[in-house]
Design a protein around this ligand. Sequence first.
Ligand SMILES: *Cc1c(COP(=O)(O)O)cnc(C)c1O
Length: 232
Amino acid sequence: MTREQELADGVARVRERVSHACAEAGRDPDEVTLVVVTKFFPASDVRLLAGLGIREVAENRHQEAEAKAEECADLGLRWHFVGGLQSNKAAAVARYADCVQSVDRAKLVGGLSRGAVERGRDLDVLVQVSLDPPGADGRSGAAASDLPALVDRVLGADGLRLRGVMAVAPLGGDPDEAFARLADVATDVRRTAPEATWVSAGMSGDLEQAVRHGATHLRVGSAVLGPRPPNG
Ligand SMILES: *Cc1c(COP(=O)(O)O)cnc(C)c1O
């Protein structure tokens, strides 16, 4: 089987899962955007995915993302950044990303804003919310209690457009319960930012639960591309 056939099968399988989940939830599949996470896979795969109709891709590491976005600049894709971000890299990420989903602390806002203003184009931003139990190791995402201040910072920053929230279900936890909490957080955020309607939740293993709880963006990697290399 060629790589193109493998990816075509992966895309078809995931699209089928999404439409099935939407049917179960009584949702229109057009409300749900598939973002394919291409981290650790070569730019040639991104090119094949574009040929298969994928319009949105995501990366989680700055150097890899920057290189691939440049190599694939002719494809007109939308690039999402979904990884942990150092504040001294934020401006650089804002120069190629179309959406930064992993804004989890106020320290990132200044750099992202500067990069977006320099680029001359608004940057879509999601605030990343932690769904882990308080005090969990290696949690990523803002604690619910820190969210209002973070939302205010983003809303007050030039060049940034707050589109909604993003989260990863806790390892070993129940994604249904976690995404139900995320839906409540998203509702809260919309009280101050009514236009922040995106909910990015759901990966290869839990996209059905995410659709059930209102996800508008799914971030799917291995179910489309196959297993990542061991360090991925
Ligand atoms: C890698 C990654 C994904 C995709 O994970 P899969 O399980 O391969 O679908 C989604 N979101 C984030 C933040 C990631 O880092």
